[in-house]
Design a protein around this ligand. Structure first.
Ligand code: EPU
Length: 445
């Protein structure tokens, strides 16, 4: 069942209007996922393109003139929201399966409105490229979300260093900069989207920009690679010091989105939990060393062969502590899933969340399924239990949704996961992929 909780329509520019299908509707799907536990996963699963790489890369097309072609783009709600936003700004967008073509030669708008930004925080990523390309941008402030306050002060501080005038008015960031100039910017925290926003702002600034304490996630490297293919001069991406020499203009590219490391990690944990034996295809094991290391300590067999990871789970799961950290540390986007694994491990584990201040929303739902977890500030103590028992549960955010499905895969009985629209934002056809691996899982309206 679907309900519309609001809708509105944009006129794009004189040349392009949204088709009736694309008239933007903010829809909340009330579908549920029903999972019956107790089926070990076996077989092979293909990994989709990375959501968090695709979002900034699709948005980087704002900087170019002409048609870009992106392949391996995952079919996700957040991607649809991004394309809707790009169309709103005046981009021509064509989608064929996992290939997306974007032409931003005729941008007619510099505003990202509240109704789009509130659906997807990553919309803030248009701020840097719009200022670089159009010398101005008006982007709704994203506000907090379920996992934390998530301020954008470092994005704004960086843009000011580059010479942008920034005002906050009526819930919007208004930025203008007739001439962006390179500068040295220190990020107090290595913010992922902040680093991406500033890289995209700086590529066409006059002179050199140096980002210090930059985020080092693979998605940053993927974006820098694409910007360099477009003609940018970026070095050091993947380290904490990124140097960007401004160029006059960028040209379109044809490029492939890297595999999703968090989707990969979610299937790895699923195999370990269900005493399964699966091969995960088309992934990038080099992006997952933090998780691979911890998963091996739990007793799972993890073997790597090129871009295939095989995970074999065993009866006994050892308890292992984790602390989420910026890359290459253990990813916060895998914390909920790993906690679910620990909830059926043998012994006590300590899970410390160091990135977001409120990313334990899944705990109360896991407890309803029989998990023994105590939260104290930004740490959780998990005492493994022999079994979880199925229950109706409510997803609170994307990764929490995935953790509840994992719990359902081992719980006795049928677990009903509600509010799975969170899941559709970031996992492509997850129930189909699990079903092909032998899980008893279905989506019901
Ligand atoms: N922070 C600030 N000021 C800023 C920006 C960030 O204080 O201006 C703080 C945040 O509050 C947080 C920390 O810095 O405590 C790190 O946040 P970051 O900015 O790195 O997060 P993000 O860029 O908003 C991206 C991913 C998240 C992922 C985090 C951390 C995208 C679109 N989103 O968010 O992905 O959890 O990095 O790795 O890339 C998800 O996919 O489920 C997801 C939430």
């Amino acid at each position: 069942m679907k309900i519309a909780i609001g809708h509105f329509q944009f006129k794009i520019n004189s040349k392009q209007e949204l088709t009736p299908d694309e008239h933007i509707k903010t829809e909340v799907t009330l579908d549920k996922i029903i999972v019956e536990g107790g089926h070990p996963l076996k077989g092979q699963v293909n990994i989709s393109g990375a959501k968090n790489a695709a979002l900034p890369i699709l948005i980087s097309s704002l900087l170019t003139e002409g048609q870009n072609t992106f392949t391996n783009v995952p079919n996700l709600q957040d991607i649809k929201s991004t394309l809707t936003l790009l169309k709103h700004l005046g981009a021509r967008v064509e989608t064929h399966g996992h290939t997306v073509r974007i032409d931003c030669s005729n941008l007619g708008n510099h505003e990202a409105p509240y109704d789009l930004v509130r659906k997807m925080r990553a919309s803030i990523l248009v701020l840097g490229p719009l200022v670089a390309k159009l010398q101005k941008a008006r982007v709704s402030l994203p506000g907090g979300c379920a996992i934390g306050a998530r301020p954008i002060n470092l994005h704004l501080k960086g843009l000011k260093h580059l010479g942008a005038a920034i005002e906050l008015k009526h819930g919007y960031v208004e930025a203008s900069a007739p001439n962006l100039r390179g500068d040295e910017i220190y990020l107090d925290t290595p913010t992922v989207t902040g680093t991406e926003n500033l890289m995209m702002a700086a590529v066409m600034a006059q002179g050199q920009t140096i980002l210090r304490n930059a985020a080092r996630e693979p998605e940053i490297m993927a974006l820098a690679d694409v910007l360099n293919q477009m003609g940018a001069h970026i070095s050091g991406a993947g380290t904490s010091v990124i140097k960007i020499k401004g160029v006059k203009s960028l040209h379109p590219v044809s490029t492939r989105i890297i595999p999703d490391r968090i989707e990969t990690g979610t299937f790895m944990v699923a195999a370990a939990m269900t005493q399964g034996d699966i091969e995960i295809l088309n992934c990038e094991p080099g992006h997952l060393s933090g998780l691979i290391n911890r998963l091996r300590l739990t007793g799972a067999d993890v073997t790597i062969n090129g871009n295939i990871i095989r995970v074999k789970g065993h009866d006994l799961i050892n308890s292992v502590d984790i602390k989420t950290m910026p890359y290459p540390g253990f990813p916060t986007d895998m914390q909920a899933q790993f906690m679910t694994l620990m909830s059926v491990a043998n012994g006590l584990s300590l899970i410390s969340e160091r990135i977001f201040e409120n990313r334990f929303m899944h705990v109360s739902e896991l407890k309803r399924m029989g998990a023994d977890i105590r939260v104290c500030g930004r740490s959780a103590v998990v005492q493994g239990v022999p079994n979880l028992s199925a229950a109706p549960v409510m997803a609170s955010d994307l990764r929490a949704s995935a953790s509840l499905i994992l719990a359902g895969l081992v719980a006795k009985g049928k677990t009903e996961v509600n509010r799975i629209y969170h899941l559709d934002r970031g996992y492509e056809a997850i129930e189909d992929k699990f079903r092909k691996l032998g899980a008893a899982i279905k989506r019901v309206a």
